[in-house]
Design a protein around this ligand. Structure first.
Ligand SMILES: C[S@@+](CC[C@H](N)C(=O)[O-])C[C@H]1O[C@@H](n2cnc3c(N)ncnc32)[C@H](O)[C@@H]1O
Ligand SMILES: [Zn+2]
Length: 386
């Protein structure tokens, strides 16, 4: 069997599921662990709940834990019994690592989480790298996450939150999901809304640390807080878009009232409403900046793609909520091509609006400018570009 190298580890990936392309998400998981190890003053326990070949847990042990910390418990689990010998052999590398104790299991995730709760075992970091929709596991994962602990979550359920399977969106998210040019972002916001509700049911608060997707996997990192922040409930709301004129409007659930008219002048426009979704920030730029500083070139912790991802996310906290595709705006105006994104952002900022390029989808910007002004700026910038 051939060996695969990533960061400081060299291991066998076996015949089960493994994607080299997911490396940026693993780099992020390792850096979050390293950040926690550098800050927390208590013993730490990290859980790789769907470990596959064990690469995340192995990288945590070899890259994220300074020798000065003699108190790290690593738990690695994968339900597939055919994975256990591969997992054992890959993890041998951790046997001699001082201060790291290892628990491996072949349990269904649901069983491990519920057993941990019964045994009152709590984790500082849980990486839940799931196939499909992970929502059935969220309540039990959050219930065994320590205060200020991190949940690193993946979902490959793209169809329901992007409006392609509206019935499944109702089942999985308890939400309406409609097609939208910023569909990846809306999918992340729908997932955050489910996470927030699960945390709130437990009386806890939630803070997004990182949110991103390449269209196939939707990835989030959230921090569980002991209590809700002031007015945290107003982060849940609805986003409406008119397919005919492209206009958008947002309302928090707490202030829900009728919708204003869209820009359709003949009164024939119709809002397609998505939500409840998370209306708050998507990234924590200050934490992402610290992670970039922590990356150890000697351990090769951060790949080029991982660095680019973190740098991109760091520049866009995820507010304001409304995202606009420059290609769509250009086509509505019958322009030859989209306006230059950075110039458009600068013009909107100069006009006193909030604006920045979206870190979630390329060719999009987020702004609080009304659509009429956005269209006007597009015309000026494409004209000025000629
Ligand atoms: C996306 S892969 C994990 C990949 C790995 N984290 C990585 O970075 O390479 C998902 C893994 O979850 C395991 N799995 C699927 N359903 C599970 C469940 N209910 N409980 C525990 N493991 C499960 C599968 O056997 C598979 O190895
Ligand atoms: Zn309209």
């Amino acid at each position: 069997m051939s060996h695969y190298r990533e960061g400081a580890v060299c291991l066998q990936t076996g015949s089960g599921f493994f994607r080299k392309d997911s490396r940026p998400s693993r780099d992020l998981s390792v850096l979050l662990a390293a950040h926690q190890a550098s800050e927390a003053q208590r013993p730490l326990r990290w859980l790789d709940l769907m470990a596959g070949c064990g690469i995340r847990g192995l990288r945590w042990g070899l890259e994220a834990c300074p020798e000065s910390r003699p108190d790290l418990e690593l738990w690695l689990n994968d339900a597939d019994p055919d994975r256990s010998s591969l997992l054992e052999s890959n993890l041998q590398r951790l046997q001699g690592v001082r201060g790291v104790s290892l628990t491996t299991t072949n349990w269904a995730a649901e069983r491990l989480l519920r057993q941990a709760y019964l045994d009152q075992i709590f984790f500082d970091l849980i990486d839940l790298d799931a196939f499909g929709c992970p929502n059935a596991l969220l309540q039990s994962a959050l219930a065994v996450l320590r205060f200020d602990g991190l949940l690193v979550l993946a979902s490959t359920d793209g169809r329901s939150p992007t409006g392609h399977d509206r019935r499944a969106a109702v089942r999985h998210f308890g939400a309406a999901a409609r097609a939208h040019p910023a569909s990846w972002e809306l999918a992340l916001r729908l997932q955050l809304a489910v996470l927030a509700r699960e945390a709130w049911q437990l009386g806890r608060g939630l803070e997004p640390v990182a949110s991103f997707s390449e269209g196939r996997t939707f990835r989030l990192v959230v921090r569980l807080r002991q209590r809700l922040a002031a007015d945290e409930e107003s982060q849940l709301g609805l986003l409406a878009r008119c397919e005919r004129c492209g206009d958008q409007a947002v309302q928090p659930l707490l202030k829900l009232s009728g919708w204003r008219s869209c820009r359709c002048t003949d009164g024939q426009g119709r809002w397609a409403v998505t939500g409840p979704l998370w209306l708050g920030p998507l990234q924590m730029p200050a934490v992402l900046a610290q992670l970039l500083k922590l990356a150890d070139p000697q351990l090769d912790t951060l790949s080029v793609a991982g660095r680019l991802l973190l740098q991109r996310l760091q520049r866009d906290c995820g507010l304001p909520v409304c995202c606009w595709s420059t290609a769509e705006l250009a086509s509505r105006l019958s322009l030859a091509g989209p306006p230059p994104l950075e110039e458009l952002v600068q013009a909107l900022l100069s006009a006193g609006h909030q604006a920045c390029p979206s870190a979630v989808m390329t060719g999009q910007l987020r702004t609080d400018a009304p659509m009429a002004e956005l269209l006007q700026q597009c015309v000026q910038h494409v004209a000025g570009d000629r």
